[in-house]
Ligand binder design. Structure first.
Ligand code: ADP
Ligand code: ADP
Ligand code: ZN
Length: 213
C-alpha cells in the first residue's frame, strides 16, 4: 500500500502503527535518503542540499533506492510506501518495479489534512535518536518526559529541514508534483481517503478498516 499525503500528514506515524499491528515493513524514501546523507554515500552527497531546500531529489535516485529495498523484502511481507511515489514519473517506475519484483498494489491511502495545521505538526516534530520513534511537542509527547516509549533512549533529534520556511517549499512541491498522482490511482479504483486531522488513534482505526483483515 501507499500512504500519500503532504509533509506532516502523519504518514510515518501511521506506518509505525502498521508495522507494530500487522508486521508490515515501511519503505520510506525520506528515511533512506537521510541514511544516505549520514553515511556520505554518492547518493547522499547529491541529495543533501536538495533536501535542505525542501525540493524533490531526482526520480532516478529514489527509484534506485526502492528497487534495492524491494529486492531485500521477503515476498510474504506487506509493504507500506511512505513518501514515495512523489511524482508521476515515480508512480510509473513503481508500477514497473512492482511487476519486476512480483508484487502488486492493493491500496493507496490519502491522508487528507488542513495545510495550516501542517506547519505546526512539522515544527513540533522530533524523534528518538536511537530507534527513530516519532513524537510531537504537543500531540505526542513520550509517556515519561525525556524517555523514548519504545527503546528507553533519552536522546532525541529534530530534522534540519523541519523549519517553517522549508515546510512551505515542501508543501508547494507536494501540490505541484505529488497531488497529480492521485487521479491516476483514482482511475484504477485504488484510492481511499482518510481524515488525517482526526486524532492519531482514530486515523489508525480508519486505516485498519480499509485493509484486509
Ligand atoms: P515528510 O515525511 O515530511 O513528507 P520525507 O521524510 O518523506 O518528508 O522527505 C524528506 C525530503 O527527502 C523531501 O523533502 C525530499 O527532499 C526528499 N524525498 C523523500 N522522498 C522523496 C521522493 N520520493 N522523491 C523525491 N524526493 C524525496
Ligand atoms: P509525515 O510522515 O506525513 O511527514 P509524521 O507522521 O512525521 O508525518 O507526523 C508529523 C508530526 O505530527 C509528528 O510530530 C506526529 O507526532 C504528529 N502527528 C501525526 N499524526 C497526527 C494526528 N493525527 N494528530 C496530531 N498530530 C499528529
Ligand atoms: Zn527510541
Amino acid at each position: 500500500m501507499i500512504l500519500l499525503g503532504p509533509p506532516g500528514a502523519g504518514k510515518g506515524t501511521q506506518a509505525q502503527r502498521l508495522i507494530e499491528t500487522r508486521g508490515m515493513v515501511q519503505l520510506s524514501t525520506g528515511d533512506m535518503l537521510r541514511a544516505a546523507v549520514k553515511a556520505g554515500t554518492p547518493v547522499g552527497c547529491e541529495a543533501r542540499a536538495i533536501m535542505e531546500r525542501g525540493e524533490l531529489v531526482p526520480d532516478s535516485i529514489v527509484s534506485g533506492l526502492i528497487d534495492e529495498a524491494l529486492a531485500k523484502t521477503p515476498c510474504a511481507t506487506g509493504i507500506i510506501f511512505d513518501g514515495y511515489p512523489r511524482t508521476l514519473a515515480q508512480a510509473e517506475s513503481l508500477d514497473a518495479l512492482l511487476t519486476a519484483h512480483g508484487r502488486h498494489l492493493d491500496r493507496v491511502i490519502e491522508l487528507a489534512v488542513d495545510e495550516d495545521a501542517l506547519v505546526d505538526r512539522i515544527t513540533g516534530r522530533f524523534s528518538c535518536a536511537r530507534c527513530g520513534a516519532g513524537y510531537h511537542d504537543r500531540n505526542k509527547r513520550p509517556r515519561v518526559e525525556g524517555v523514548c516509549d519504545v527503546c528507553g533512549s533519552t536522546e532525541f533529534r529534530r530534522r534540519p529541514d523541519d523549519t517553517e520556511e522549508t515546510v512551505r517549499t515542501r508543501m508547494a512541491e507536494y501540490r505541484a508534483k505529488t497531488a497529480p498522482i492521485l487521479p491516476v490511482y483514482e482511475a484504477r479504483g485504488l484510492v481511499a481517503r482518510v481524515d488525517g486531522m482526526a486524532p492519531i488513534e482514530e486515523v489508525e482505526r480508519e486505516i485498519a478498516a480499509l485493509l484486509p483483515a
